[in-house]
Design a protein around this ligand. Structure first.
Ligand code: PMP
Ligand code: GLN
Length: 389
């Protein structure tokens, strides 16, 4: 017995590449997780809670102290949220996304999504009965425009899913992009599900703006965040959903039967972190920015063409422009098996008409890891050229 949607799915590319990296002893610049252990004070706060606070079921919507800390945190984005009626704690953004899709989509509803897309979106939208309408974003700008939205939105559109900052392209959508999307959501009475897990990880002049803050969006946006990304603790899987009470009520009904709740000590650690991390929120993007520059410079020295990265843990290489005449997936498998470096092929984030010349690399790594990655990628390029000759 098998559900046909799941039986037709491959194993996620992140798992495939991390397994290959382990098997071949490769440097892993694939799956996005930091080398460093994460902020020690937050780890201590969670350990304290593990030993000295309750280890029984926390409230279904999340620990009150965490919901309050989350609501307070987002005042920095100009948002006023009611912690009791507008915040739901989940087991990572992955669960939050599933709750939003299962709780809000009625079978047959059209859902607008942008490729490249994070790999959990389409299966969960479909499992909820949604009918995907897919846009295709392409390098170097990876942006949508009015004509694209006119083609995608119909009178059956009920939801749009936006990931901003966008994984894997490392782009941050600006004021104009977001205002345009908000205009379409309002015109079509659609809900926006905004996956903003990378909101704290932006570089240089890029500024993260939440779509929920745009005119007409406060009542029709579900904003999703993740402590994993905020605090470089990706294994914690503590996330949240922020939405007006009517949306939160439906989403909580999905959440109560997916996981019901999330480990209380990790919630306590995150609550402590949100209340005590001004310095971390300054230092974390600065440190990542240095790693981003180190990897970019190393790759450029070796002759690779690097696409701009405005946010996330990732930057991308344009393989074709770097003189590699091999598609991203083939190059990626060659690189991990023959040259000891894992990356992620960006084509894996498309269902239709993939962009096949872009390789995603994670730079949330120690200098030595990044330098070894550059060396390995140069070897992979030489092997690829030799194979093509
Ligand atoms: N959405 C995006 C865009 C992500 O990049 C990730 C993780 N990298 C997630 C969701 C999942 O977040 P979590 O680990 O909190 O489930
Ligand atoms: N979001 C991470 C990435 O983009 C991977 C998460 C996962 O492995 N499920 O690399």
């Amino acid at each position: 017995m098998a559900n046909s949607l799941y039986s037709g799915l491959p194993t996620t590319i992140f798992t495939v590449m991390s397994a290959l990296a382990r098997e071949h002893g490769a440097v892993n610049l694939g799956q996005g997780f930091p080398d460093e252990p994460g902020p020690e004070a937050i780890l201590r706060a969670a350990s304290e809670a593990l030993l000295h606070a309750s280890n029984q079921y926390p409230p279904m919507q999340g620990l009150p102290e965490l919901r309050e800390a989350v609501a307070h945190h987002y005042t920095r984005q100009g948002l006023q949220l009611d912690p009791t009626r507008e915040v739901t704690v989940t087991s990572g953004a992955t669960e939050a996304l599933a709750c939003a899709f299962l709780g809000l989509i009625e079978p047959g509803d059209e859902v607008v999504l942008f490729q490249p897309l994070y790999d959990s979106y389409l299966p969960m939208v479909r499992r909820a009965g949604g009918v995907p309408r897919l846009a295709r974003l392409e390098p170097p700008h990876w942006r949508f425009d009015r004509a694209m939205l006119e083609r995608l939105f119909t009178d059956r559109t009920r939801m749009v899913v936006l990931n901003n900052p966008l994984n894997p392209t490392a782009t941050v959508f600006g004021e104009e992009d977001l205002a345009l999307l908000a205009e379409f959501c309002v015109r079509h009475d659609a809900v926006a599900v905004c996956d903003e897990v990378w909101e704290q990880v932006v570089f240089g002049n890029a500024i993260h703006r939440p779509l929920i803050g745009f005119p007409g969006m406060r009542e029709r946006t579900v904003k999703i965040g993740s402590a994993g990304k905020m605090f470089a603790l990706t294994g914690w899987k503590v996330g949240w959903l922020l939405a007006a009470p009517a949306l939160t009520e439906m989403i909580a009904k999905a959440h109560q039967f997916l996981t019901f709740t999330t480990a209380p000590n990790l919630q306590a650690g995150v609550a402590w972190g949100l209340a005590n991390s001004e310095a971390w929120f300054e230092a974390m993007p600065e440190a990542l920015d240095r790693s981003r520059q180190r990897l970019t410079e190393g790759l450029r020295r070796e002759g690779f063409v690097v696409l701009p990265s405005e946010g996330t843990y990732f930057l991308n290489i344009d393989l074709a422009a770097s003189g590699i005449d091999e598609d991203d997936a083939s190059f990626c498998f060659r690189s991990v098996k023959e040259a000891g470096v894992a990356g992620i092929p960006v084509s894996a984030f498309y269902e239709t008409d993939p962009v096949t010349n872009v390789l995603r690399l994670c730079f949330a790594k120690r200098d030595a890891t990044l330098d070894a990655g550059v060396e390995g990628l140069a070897r992979a390029r030489d092997l690829s050229r030799r194979a093509a000759a």
